[in-house]
Design a binder for this molecule. Structure first.
Ligand code: WT7
Length: 644
């Protein structure tokens, strides 16, 4: 039996939703989704109201997902313009710089001016409705302005995280045929500069664009190419003050975000306008119990979906005050998060288990010297949170006062699907607990049979919700294959999951060849293809293994070309290579040189065995009788890499 933390009465009575209300609303949402979402879609301002609410099919012959399909609206008008009359002088974005001496407070009125200016600059650079624009930006307010400016013009943004290499950036620019890139001279993280513009220069050698808009952040020395590169501050001086928001259909694309899968290149996850914003805004309000006067801080980067839905779109659609942080949790000291909480009176704080674990390691004195008295709600996202980290977050950071919402979702889901609600849900450390309104999770066995009661299986979702991705950009067949073909008529999440006797869900991790490194999702196939592109590598296999700080680490098995000798220098060279090919977030943690990999007689690599060896559980390798050469296993075990 796991520990249970009931909702304190005081929390329940002050919250938007208590348990009785949750049960009632949940039931209504799954019994009559049309009526439920028809009502909640009204939280947005529509130009032309919808008359149709839901039109969705998970039939693998005809996967088609449409919400509010005859309504029209503009996302930027919903996130900015509509708030100006009622809360123009309220702070919309608090920006906290990498250096603690720098911060900004941007009101809704000011946000409106900035978004219009950015939209004007983009329009002058030739951006029109439907065009794709790639953003490769640090965590500065201009990142939010650029997202909203694209939305205002009806252009589709594709954000590439600043930790990706020029090569990965190039793939993502050409993947969606972007003609404009927005970047900064350099980023600043933990006192170190990130050469963003220089990376763009390299990327556009292979993925040419018409224009690169450059925001000045550090003033560092960069090259500007005449006729292509535009300084944002110069172009802003010549931009119109006002750009009419484009009238968009609810199903027009809002953004593309590339994410890793179990095979091939990253997929361009496509989200659309009306359903996405309805879902992001509603989940932001209820999951975090956001109420007027709260100061809300999500520590993610806008390069990931968490930053899209829960730094920018959800909070701003709700007229919230959202904090945007440029830096890292440990700079200038491990008390930075809590210093920022005190400095800006943060009441809702949302972060990832990997950050919690690293701060836990630094010692609680860094927490205890701060007040944190404004905190009311804590959140977690990205990977299962281990009970030690949960307890530390709850007791040391939250001093036992603040519920932790452990939110399970994915890039594909657009918003949170399984989560506690602060005033409604008794907590169990490590469990994402219960489904949000309208979400129907189920567990299935390998054949797709739905399992009842307390059990364990593969997590699927039985019916659509408004925030769901609509397609893989340019490859609908891949969308159908990836998500709707494993179990017919169901959305397959790729996660394994347990359900307990109270109906609580416990995510156990990916069941495909995707690994989760510090909350970042990585396809093992991508790392493998980077490795085999190295001239000295003949074959490579990549698996995850349990890592104290990162959740999972990257374990690489490499077979070298004939005549190449293993060495520590070659290990370093391969790490550097992968960083160049994909980016620092894909750096291998351990590399084992393997003269042979375990393969079936038909030549398929048996990853199950490699995973076990990387996890040090080689007493339990399972059936090895189908191996072409069973002796390779002994060699792999003897030469396994040390984890300490
Ligand atoms: C995968 C999705 C959704 C924002 C961040 C990651 C894992 C996410 C949790 C959680 C256990 C979680 C799953 C999921 N995951 N949140 N609260 N508990 N696992 O988005 O990069 O698309 O990764 O992250 O494995 O499938 P993403």
């Amino acid at each position: 039996m796991s520990e249970v933390y009931p909702v304190p009465d005081a929390v329940a009575s002050a919250a938007l939703i208590d348990n009785a209300r949750y049960l009632e609303m949940y039931e209504a949402s799954v019994n009559d989704p049309e009526a439920f979402w028809g009502e909640h879609g009204k939280r947005l301002d529509w130009i032309k109201p919808y008359s149709k609410v839901k039109n969705t099919s998970y039939d693998p012959h005809n996967v088609d997902i449409k919400w509010f399909e005859d309504g029209t609206l503009n996302v930027a008008a919903n996130c900015v313009d509509r708030h100006i009359a009622t809360r123009g002088d309220q702070v919309a974005i608090i920006w906290e710089g990498d250096d603690p001496s720098e911060h900004l407070e941007i009101t809704y009125k000011e946000l409106g001016q900035h978004v219009n200016t950015m939209a004007g600059v983009l329009r002058n650079a030739g951006v029109k409705k439907g065009d794709r624009v790639t953003l490769y930006l640090p965590m500065i307010p201009e990142a939010a302005y650029a997202m909203l400016a694209c939305a205002r013009l009806g252009a589709v943004h594709s954000i590439v995280f600043g930790g990706f290499s020029p090569n990965s950036l190039a793939q993502r620019i050409s993947g969606c045929d972007s003609k404009v890139v927005i970047t900064a001279d350099e980023g600043l993280r933990g006192g170190r500069k990130v050469p963003l513009k220089a990376n763009v220069d390299k990327a556009v050698e292979t993925a040419p664009v018409d224009a690169v808009v450059v925001v000045k952040r550090t003033g560092g020395d960069i090259a500007m190419q005449d006729g292509r590169d535009i300084w944002y501050h110069e172009a802003a001086a010549n931009a119109p003050d006002f750009i009419e928001p484009e009238e968009m259909n609810a199903e027009d694309p809002l953004f593309i975000l590339y994410t890793s899968g179990s095979t091939g290149q990253p997929k361009g996850v496509l989200h659309t306008t009306g359903g996405y914003l309805t879902y992001a805004s509603m989940t932001h309000q209820y999951v975090f119990d956001y109420q007027d006067g709260d100061v809300y801080w999500c520590t993610a980067d806008v390069g990931w979906v968490t930053g899209h839905s829960y730094i920018v779109y959800g909070p701003l659609a709700n007229g919230a005050t959202t904090l945007m942080f440029e830096g890292v949790p440990t700079y200038p000291s491990p008390s930075r998060f809590w210093d920022v909480v005190d400095k800006h009176k943060v009441s809702i704080f949302y972060t990832a288990p990997t950050a919690i674990r690293s701060l836990m390691g630094a010692g609680e004195e860094h927490v205890k010297k701060t007040s944190r008295s404004t905190l009311r709600i804590l959140g977690s996202v990205g990977e299962p949170i281990n009970p030690e980290a949960w307890n530390w977050y709850y007791n040391v950071v939250g001093e036992g006062r603040c519920p932790i919402v452990d939110t399970w979702w994915q890039t594909e889901t657009g918003g949170i699907l399984i989560t506690p609600l602060p005033g409604a849900t008794a907590l169990k450390p490590g469990s994402a607990t219960r489904p949000f309104f309208g979400v129907q999770p189920a567990l299935v066995d390998a054949e797709g049979q739905i399992l009842d009661g307390a059990t364990e299986g593969n997590l699927v979702i039985l019916n659509s919700w408004p925030g769901q991705m609509r397609t893989v950009y340019g490859d609908h067949e891949r969308f159908v294959q990836t998500y709707f073909s494993t179990y017919k008529g169901m959305y397959f999440t790729g996660d394994g999951c347990r359900r307990d006797e109270d109906g609580y869900y416990w995510i156990t991790g990916r069941v495909d060849d995707v690994i989760n490194v510090s909350g970042h999702r990585m396809g093992t196939a991508e790392v493998e293809s980077a490795l085999v592109a190295h001239p000295k590598v003949s074959e490579a296999a990549v698996v995850g293994y349990p890592h104290d700080l990162k959740g999972q680490g990257i374990y690489v098995y490499v077979t070298l070309m004939e005549g190449e000798d293993p060495s520590d220098d070659l290990r370093k060279e391969l790490v550097k290579w992968v960083r160049q090919e994909i980016g620092p977030i894909a750096s291998p943690d351990l590399i084992q040189f393997a003269p042979g990999l375990p393969k079936t007689r038909s030549g398929k690599i048996m990853r199950r065995i490699l995973r076990k060896i990387a996890e040090d559980s080689f007493d339990n390798l399972g059936d090895t009788s189908t191996l072409a050469d069973p002796s390779v296993v002994t060699d792999l075990i003897d030469n396994r890499q040390n984890k300490s």
